[in-house]
Design a protein around this ligand. Structure first.
Ligand SMILES: Cc1ncc(COP(=O)(O)O)c(C=O)c1O
Length: 370
């Protein structure tokens, strides 16, 4: 394990990624493939660096948000099919064709421009048409769907590879809304069958639906969060292992008297003599300012509170009388065998969800693969 010298790093366990992929494979029938959602640099874990492990353990497809994320995977040697989930601009269509990235299509202009790019490069462009069954984001409403399908079928160079939808609330214990979205998607499938439109891949399930709504395990499932070992909800129906551990080292430690104000705005004042530790990580790294006076870190096996405002490059911790020295290792996310701080804890402290915690760990943090 070789590292640069910055004293903040994320260890990503490829064994845990492999294990998580295998766990999801146990849920899937023989005709259902696994698409690993690797957008936002694999939810902060390193899209390319984790991709080979994912493929070796049963992943068939990748999904990204942006064409450039797909290009990065292609340049890294990934030959598996890649679907761009996000809205692609007209300027990005040629690269999708040349790099064999499947494009999400939900409006006629992009369908036409994609067809032109396919004809220009004499390469079929793979299309996944997106239906909005209730997410209210990208995709056509089911009632507007037929026209676009006809257009895509009529345009040269376009190959309908898939039709999909996205659930808005599959992580909720009450699946009523998911059922409703599902019934709308079923109608779309029936309509396409009636029109005899061949669709190799119907897909709908994200991590939550794959775990909690088995009917949605269609021709493939699009799993992101779960492959990195995190859950979209408190329920734990599968043995998943968090792949990411975030660590740093103490940059400075100072004994201060009671009544000392700590960090910007003096929001924390020591009430007795104590040791304040400076960690070389701040909100520019993804340790959000909202964790000021909220979060904890693990030092010498003890959970110690983050005190005062988190700043751009530094975070302060009150370690009391622990004998902490410069250079001591600190666990920010992860376990020391006794205590654990999870991405879910961070989400709670930050007032957000675990997705945001790992995906916002910035490029300043080196990822080390173990
Ligand atoms: C369209 C789409 N499908 C699948 C996923 C994967 O979701 P999850 O990480 O919950 O598995 C996402 C992620 O946001 C998405 O936008």
């Amino acid at each position: 394990m070789s590292r640069l010298t910055r004293q903040v790093w994320a260890e990503v366990s490829l064994d845990h990624i492999a294990h998580n992929v295998q766990q999801f494979c146990t849920l899937l029938g023989p005709r259902c493939q696994l698409m690993a959602v690797a957008k936002a640099n694999g939810y902060g874990h390193g899209a390319l660096e984790t991709a080979y492990t994912m493929i070796a353990n049963g992943t068939n497809w990748f999904a990204v948000a942006l064409p450039e994320e797909g290009v990065r995977l292609r340049r890294g040697g990934i030959t598996a099919p890649i679907l761009v989930l996000g809205a692609v601009s007209a300027d990005e269509l040629e690269v999708c064709v040349t790099q064999d990235l499947s494009v999400t299509v939900f409006e006629p202009h992009i369908a036409r421009r994609l067809s032109q790019a396919a004809v220009k490069w004499q390469k079929p462009a793979k299309v996944h048409i997106k239906v909005d069954t209730g997410m209210g984001r990208l995709g056509l409403l089911p009632e507007d769907f037929g026209e676009l399908v006809e257009l895509v079928q009529s345009l040269p160079g376009l190959d309908i590879q898939g039709v999909f939808t996205h659930f808005a609330r599959a992580d909720a214990p009450d699946l009523e809304y998911t059922q409703w979205q599902w019934s709308r998607f079923q109608k779309v499938r029936q309509e396409l069958a009636k029109r005899e439109v061949p669709v190799p891949y119907f897909h709908a399930a994200n991590t939550a639906a794959t775990l909690f709504f088995p009917p949605a395990r269609l021709d493939l499932v699009r799993v992101g969060l779960g492959l990195y070992g995190l859950f979209p909800d408190k329920r734990r129906p599968l043995d998943l292992r968090p792949a990411l551990t975030l660590k740093t080292r103490v940059a400075f430690v100072k004994r201060v008297p009671g009544g000392s104000a700590i960090s910007y705005d003096s929001t924390y004042v020591t009430w007795k003599e104590t040791s304040i530790v400076v960690l070389p990580i701040g909100y520019a790294d993804g340790l959000a300012r909202s964790m000021s006076n909220q979060g904890k870190v693990l030092i010498h096996g003890t959970l110690c509170p983050i005190v005062g405002r988190v700043t751009m490059d530094h975070t302060l911790v009150d370690v009391g009388n622990l004998p902490v020295k410069i250079g001591d290792e600190v666990i920010l996310i992860g376990s020391d065998g006794q205590n654990e701080i999870t991405a879910d804890d961070w989400a709670h402290w930050m007032g957000t969800i675990n997705y945001e915690v790992t995906s916002q760990l910035s490029a300043r943090i080196e990822r080390v693969y173990t």
